[in-house]
Design a protein around this ligand. Structure first.
Ligand code: GLC
Length: 422
């Protein structure tokens, strides 16, 4: 069945140049991400696979926000659309879209054992390997080391130190004539990205992870409330009010044009900040995010997988493309060129990967100890849980509700979503 709402971008592959081999090939459609360099890197690797195999690959244009991509997939899966053969899968989705993906075990030949076991476990539901790990993610603090030096400040270890440093730098830079200079930018829009940022604030303040690993709702506690109040205090002070509508690329836009001292973002922002056309090239450093008072720094665990929907007409070729894209060689290339964190532990010892991304080595512990969102325990209901959380957080950032009132109302809402169980 055709899914007409979805525009297709240009076909990638060698039109006509393979003669008979090409004629025998199939045309697959893949959806890669569209954040940062996602499309360029995906196009390059799928083009290589097309060349090797004599098949063709088209790209399905997807929205930037993971929340919107999930909405699109849900509509396509409900229609059993065969318009897409390979899909990118957010680390929090396997429990939500499990009924629509094929088991990749018959195609993987055991290669999954070379990836981080926790990610493979996350992608395995009811004994089926529903997705292959493609890259992992963890929330990081990016900062302008030149400006910390200029104002004789040290990299912040706590949120209070970050706030103080951001206040000093913002005031100094504005005085020096950069009237729109900002202290700190992050993802404050009402979507999954805000869930990630707020999980970091709450967990780093000792306020838990919304729902714990046993399935109990834990969000209504004073430390969680204080963490949300802390972030609300930044808005309009060290963070522009526009942050309420910022996703990853909006935050990066401000930071990369040299207009912010600190940014919370994912590793992909590194290679772009270091790009030849970047005005902040050579001026940026990356560290773990700060800790709350008496708490421990927390990085939200993110990351993307590749999977084959059950409705694909070419599952064997689609699975072959997934295995190619998630292979160690392709992940190495993407790590070096795009700062995508590999899912093979071995690549964290690779000297070329480390030369391009020194923080893959220095922050290795941050990557392997990142804080998961409660997606496994809440399964099919995760998106509703996350939506309730990001809305509750957004209300506090907007100044509509106090942290305490917001987490209290959120607890009641989560009980409604949970009903008899997750
Ligand atoms: C990144 C993460 C993903 C997360 C998303 C939120 O893409 O890898 O896991 O859900 O950001 O915006």
């Amino acid at each position: 069945m055709k899914f007409k709402l979805v525009p297709l971008l240009a076909a990638v592959g060698l039109m006509g140049s393979f003669g008979a081999a090409h004629a025998a090939g199939v045309t697959l459609t893949i959806s890669c991400g569209t954040v940062g360099q996602d499309y360029e890197w995906c196009k390059r690797a799928t083009g290589d696979w097309a060349k090797k195999t004599g098949n063709q690959v088209k790209h399905l244009s997807v929205p930037a926000s993971t929340t919107d991509i999930l909405g699109l997939y849900r509509r396509m899966f409900a229609a059993k659309s065969s318009d897409v053969d390979v899909v990118v899968v957010d680390v929090v989705w396997p429990g939500i879209i499990k009924d629509h993906l094929i088991d990749l075990k018959p195609y993987s030949k055991g290669i999954e054992s070379q990836h981080f076991p926790a990610i493979v476990k996350n992608n395995t539901v009811d004994g089926k390997l529903l997705a292959m790990p493609w890259f992992t993610d963890a929330g990081l603090l990016f900062y302008r080391k030149d400006l910390l030096d200029k104002y004789k400040l040290s990299p912040p270890k706590t949120w209070a130190e970050l706030e103080a440093a951001a206040t000093t730098i913002q005031a100094g830079e504005r005085k020096a004539g950069v009237s729109d200079f900002q202290g700190f930018v992050f993802q404050g829009k009402a979507y999954e990205g805000l869930t990630c940022d707020a999980v970091e604030w709450v967990a780093s303040n000792g306020g838990g992870t919304i729902v714990d690993s046993k399935g109990d709702i834990t969000i209504n506690n004073p430390k969680a409330a204080a963490a949300l109040d802390m972030a609300a205090k930044w808005v309009g002070k060290i963070t522009p009010p526009g942050v309420l509508n910022y996703a990853e690329e909006d935050a990066r836009g401000v930071f990369q044009t040299g207009k912010a001292a600190f940014m919370r973002n994912w590793p992909y922002a590194w290679s772009l900040a270091q790009g030849n056309d970047s005005v902040i090239k050579g001026k940026v450093a990356v560290s773990a995010l700060p800790a709350g008072e008496g708490g421990k720094a927390a990085a939200a665990l993110g990351g993307w997988q590749l999977a084959v929907p059950k409705y694909s007409k070419h599952p064997a070729e689609a699975a072959d493309l997934v295995m190619y894209l998630t292979s160690e060689a392709v992940q190495k290339d993407r790590a070096i060129g795009g700062s995508y964190n590999p899912t093979y532990p071995s690549l964290y010892k690779d000297k070329d990967v480390l030369a391009a991304n020194p923080f893959f080595g220095s922050l290795y512990d941050v990557f392997i100890n990142a804080t998961p969102r409660p997606s496994t325990v809440t399964g099919l209901k995760y998106n509703e849980v996350s939506q309730a959380f990001w809305q509750a957080t957004h209300n506090v950032l907007e100044g509509k509700q106090s942290g305490a009132d917001s987490v209290k109302a959120l607890e009641a809402r989560l009980k409604q979503i949970k009903r008899q169980g997750w």
